[in-house]
Design a protein around this ligand. Structure first.
Ligand SMILES: NC(=O)C1=CN([C@@H]2O[C@H](COP(=O)(O)OP(=O)(O)OC[C@H]3O[C@@H](n4cnc5c(N)ncnc54)[C@H](OP(=O)(O)O)[C@@H]3O)[C@@H](O)[C@H]2O)C=CC1
Ligand SMILES: CC(C)CCC[C@@H](C)[C@H]1CC=C2C3=C(CC[C@@]21C)[C@@]1(C)CC[C@H](O)C(C)(C)[C@@H]1CC3
Length: 476
């Protein structure tokens, strides 16, 4: 990470060459940078602790329990923000008619968005047995008909980004009040050092906490008994203090939003240096903002990722979330600040198209799987072909998941390419993310494959025969 930060600002910007120089400790260590990182973590933790608009349930744990997670990153601009209601016989998609006669068969779920006042809302008609209804909160008898107040899980649509938007507002106000955001790029080295230090100390504390955690709270890996290995991979699966879930918080909030902030600071510094931000810088900022915004919009989907379900929370993820993501994922914008790249409109349009294709595949595949896992009879996935497994769960074999076994990785990789292309082809450095990410996803795919084979046995073999390619059709 430090090599990348140093090389990005050096003239030759050679990824494979030696670092331009070795920084002295004074260049790395700054109490101000540490204070800034801690303030940032404090701000994001405060936003995380804002009263939850919705609580989602995680996957089943070893002891058959499920953890709850606040879904703050989203607020309701549309249906399914927070969810409940007294259901009775409205026309699907229509307005609620209070005086409409209630009938026993039309118990519905009225999803209504809190921030549109609570009085309006769209109506959905999920059958009460679908997994999108988490619980019956209470029942009420009205004219001999039992109405149920239902707690529903969101389907992810129409959600916004509370934490991201509030951070943007605060930063905007700060900038108006004279906060020198464009000075941030000069501080990247000490900030990265401080973030690494925090990740290291934090993982030590997590390791110590895990020593007294019950066996049921431990991750499948990370319990080898070798302290260095376990410290690195993480002993505990979902370390928490009360309802504050450290892994979930770190995975989505400080690092991802920090990445966007660093990008913005680089854009502002470029504007100061050259009069206005370059088109290439706009593209990189826009694409990556879309990616982070998407992650927060679909915040709940992270609960089914391998990181949350399977991996312990140790140094690898803490460092990855808090330091690696913000400081290396912003590498293209860092590169552009020191190595401006002229970009014409025709090429920019092609790059936008590549990003759009990548995003379409990434989002389509992730949403299709999430929808299917939540409610296989959802009309959007009900027609897809599936195969049964001994666990009772089915596997999709048509749609995106019938094209390759990891279509979401394919989309993600295409986007990674689009993020590098605005930096031109004169240097390898801006393509670092693409190379690293390919390695990460190939390794991740192999890990997932092993887990699925363990879970689904013969059915997984059948799926592999039916869909022979892993990530790239006809190639891999
Ligand atoms: N930018 C970054 O740095 C990173 C981004 N990512 C992105 O995160 C996202 C999540 O990735 P990841 O957590 O690895 O895993 P996936 O979202 O790909 O989920 C894999 C799981 O999906 C289920 N599954 C697999 N095949 C099928 C099928 N045919 N039908 C139904 N379910 C199926 C299985 O779980 P089950 O059957 O138990 O439901 C499997 O374990 C991806 O889009 C990836 O690109 C990931 C890592 C880093
Ligand atoms: C330090 C090591 C070299 C590697 C550490 C890996 C981590 C940086 C990544 C592991 C899985 C991740 C995910 C995302 C970010 C990177 C890490 C933490 C993710 C939050 C990015 C946004 C996506 O939409 C997502 C699906 C929510 C991602 C989940 C996995």
């Amino acid at each position: 990470m430090f090599h990348l930060l140093l090389v990005a600002r050096s003239g030759p910007a050679r990824l494979l060459g030696p670092p331009p120089y070795l920084p002295e400790l004074e260049e790395l260590w700054s109490p101000w940078a540490l204070l800034l990182c801690l303030t940032w973590l404090g701000l994001q933790a405060t936003l995380y602790l804002l009263p939850a608009r919705k609580v989602a349930e995680g996957q089943e744990l070893k002891d058959k329990s499920r953890l709850s997670y606040p879904i703050n990153g989203a607020w309701g601009l549309g249906p399914c923000a927070e969810l409940w209601g007294w259901g009775w016989s409205p026309r699907p998609g229509g307005e609620v008619c209070g005086d409409e006669p209630a009938t026993p068969i039309s118990i519905l779920c009225l999803f209504y968005a809190q921030d549109v006042g609570g009085s309006t809302g769209s109506l959905h008609t999920p059958p009460p047995s679908t997994p999108s209804i988490a619980a019956t909160l209470c029942t009420r008898e009205v004219a001999g008909v039992t109405l149920r107040k239902l707690k529903c899980l969101t389907n992810g649509s129409g959600q916004g980004f509370q934490a991201l938007v509030l951070t943007a507002l605060l930063v905007g106000l700060g900038v108006l009040a004279g906060l020198p955001l464009s000075a941030l790029p000069e501080m990247l080295l000490p900030l990265a050092f401080a973030a690494t230090l925090i990740a290291f100390i934090f993982s030590l504390l997590l390791y110590l906490k895990a020593l007294v955690a019950p066996a049921s709270a431990l991750a499948p890996g990370g319990n080898s008994g070798n302290p260095i290995y376990d410290f690195f991979l993480g002993r505990e699966l979902n370390p928490r203090i009360c309802s504050f879930d450290f892994k979930y918080f770190c995975e989505l909030r400080p690092g991802l939003i920090g990445w966007v902030l660093i990008n913005l600071a680089l854009l502002m510094q470029e504007a100061e240096l050259r009069g206005s931000p370059s088109l290439a810088m706009w593209l990189v900022n826009g694409f990556q903002l879309l990616y982070v915004g998407d992650a927060l919009w679909h915040e709940e989907a992270v609960l089914t990722t391998m990181d949350i379900i399977h991996d312990g929370f140790g140094f690898m993820l803490a460092f990855g979330d808090l330091a690696w993501v913000p400081f290396t994922y912003s590498l293209q914008a860092q590169f552009l600040l020191y190595h401006p790249e002229p970009l014409g409109l025709p090429l920019a349009s092609v790059i936008c198209l590549i990003n759009a294709v990548g995003y379409y595949i990434f989002r389509g595949a992730n949403s299709q799987k999430n929808t299917f896992r939540k409610n296989p009879s959802d009309p959007r996935v009900a027609d897809l072909e599936t195969i049964s497994t001994a666990t009772g769960r089915r596997l999709l074999v048509s749609g995106w998941w019938g094209m390759v076994r990891h279509p979401n990785y394919l989309g993600d990789l295409i986007m990674a390419l689009a993020w590098s292309l605005p930096c031109g082809v004169s240097h390898l450095l801006p393509y670092f993310y693409l190379l690293y990410f390919t390695a990460l996803l190939v390794h991740r795919e192999a890990r997932d494959e092993q887990q699925c084979l363990r879970k689904y046995g013969l059915a997984w073999h059948a799926y592999c025969r039916r869909v022979p390619y892993r990530i790239v059709p006809y190639i891999y």
